[in-house]
Design a protein around this ligand. Structure first.
Ligand SMILES: [Zn+2]
Length: 248
């Protein structure tokens, strides 16, 4: 049996098991991880954007890993940023395609269908750039209701909000940093933004300061799957005849 055929056989045997392991977690909802290990998570919403590339430089310099909650259908240029994020070992997750305000859609009879249609295009974009279907999602504005958890479960997603975030508020830089550092502890999930059509200098400054303090406190920034003890994303594998086994 050639290497390629063996690889395809192995993929057939392993992928369904890995996908099933992910399904076990679908519908769960987290705002923090266990506090038993000296690790925490940096998460960035609404990108990829103009801040993504400089942020990746900073994370790489500091040896930190992060999770990017991707919004929209990224342009070719932004897909390159996403490709780089995944190649650098960061995790891509789904933040829906058009960031609708679900507080206003709460009574829409088609809200489940709408949410599924909002997850699909971003999921596909991530698969194109990173080689796997994401299975972690965050709702726009952190919206969370029972119907969302049910929809997440049906669409194969784990829901993750955050322990602390304030980079979009009117607080001063000092007040924001004080908030982030107060919550910087094992299991914390910190929220920042790297999208929105402009370079978010504030996100870069806050990330740098948080990582400097994390080092002093002996804390390591890891991706959400590692923090939450979830299975790593299942990569699609090219088979010998050029087709790929989807990472559902
Ligand atoms: Zn958002």
């Amino acid at each position: 049996m050639g290497d390629k055929a063996f690889g395809a056989l192995l993929a057939c045997l392993l992928l369904p098991a890995a996908a099933a392991a992910q399904e076990d977690h679908a519908g769960r909802f987290y705002t923090s991880g266990p506090s038993t290990a000296p690790i925490f998570a940096l998460t960035y919403d609404d990108g990829p954007g103009a801040t993504t590339a400089p942020l990746l430089d900073l994370l790489s310099l500091r040896g930190a890993k992060a999770t990017f909650f991707i919004n929209g259908r990224p342009s070719a240029k932004r897909l390159k940023d996403l490709e780089r994020a995944c190649a650098d070992g960061h995790l891509a997750a789904n933040h829906t395609s058009s960031h609708k305000n679900y507080f206003k859609l709460a009574v829409d009879p088609d809200r489940e269908k709408l949410l599924a249609s909002e997850l699909e295009p971003t999921g596909k974009a991530i698969e194109k750039a990173c080689g796997y279907r994401p299975y972690i999602m965050r709702m726009p504005n952190g919206y969370s209701r029972d119907w969302v958890r049910k929809a997440a479960r049906e669409n194969g997603y784990v829901l993750v909000n955050w322990t602390y975030g304030s980079d979009w508020t009117k607080l001063s830089d000092e007040e924001m940093l004080a908030g982030y550092l107060k919550e910087l502890r094992p299991g914390a999930i910190l929220l920042f933004h790297d999208g929105g059509g402009k370079v978010r200098e504030r996100t870069l400054r806050l990330t740098e300061a948080v990582l400097a303090e994390a080092e002093k406190r002996g804390l390591r920034a890891v991706t959400l799957d590692e923090l939450l003890g979830l299975p790593a994303p299942v990569k699609a594998v090219k088979t010998g005849d050029g087709t790929s086994i989807p990472a559902e």
